[in-house]
Design a protein. Sequence first.
Length: 321
Amino acid sequence: MLIKLQSTLRIVHRAVRVNHPDVALSTRFFGVSIRQLAQSKESRPNHKRWAAHAPDFETAGLTEDNLQLLPTGQVEREPRLSESKEWISESLTSGNRTGARMGQRFSEIAFTPGVKDEQLAHNSRKLYERMQQPGRAPDALGNPDALGPYEKEFIEKRDGFYMASVSETGWPYIQYRGGARGFLRVLDERTLGFADLRGNKQYISTGNLKKDNRVALFLMDYAAQSRLKILGHVEIHEHDTRAQELRDTRAQELIDQLRVPGEKTPAERALLIHVEGFDWNCPQHITPRYTQDELAELLAPMRQRMQELERENERLRSLEK
């Protein structure tokens, strides 16, 4: 498949660079810069959400150089300090901070005294003090840390996430949970859920969470260079022999509700995650990566254009005969 894709893209490169000078192409990646296609104006991720995290760059000791969001040497570079200030001003004056600020509860949990000491030592404490100020619009129950529409959309588009738990020995443990896109469901503004499929039967995460139900999720969108961190408490509904003996149908009902249609792997339990807090990360140092589906979507216009050019070539050849 890789050879076929490489050959196709080289043909596209030769055909399109003359007819579409506005499309930035290079031989850096399979004969074409996929990243440049993904970072078009229409699809470029909205870094305004991260920029709103930093309302006071100078006070925090940040400079134009260390604010640069992409490593040097990239073909494209995200806006620097001057442009980010405009984004910040808009966010603070409009009050539209949904999806742009970390939840207050997240900072209460994550910013321990030791963390604050490090922030002071590295001149970022004032910045994060501003971030901790109330600003997100609360939900109907007055909770400013509720998941909003942007978080819901982001979560339900993921086909996997990293899940961290704490063992009885005090060691952290991280596991990847994957499935069909949307297998992690947003049940309400404070609750996530998914059907836990049978795996290698080590049950490390399950055992950890039954002893300490605190969990951390890390959700990545590599193509858009976005990441969302979620802290919560897990509620496990086990579909096992004991549940059957007690005639407890809650687990099976949740599994049926959360299970992705067409999934063939047996689901052993349902996990509900009661969200305590969340935080959006900046896109810095996230290397763009693309799934086969994402590549197919990005390349579809070029393949269509290549077919049009081939038909045009055939027409011109017929006129010469």
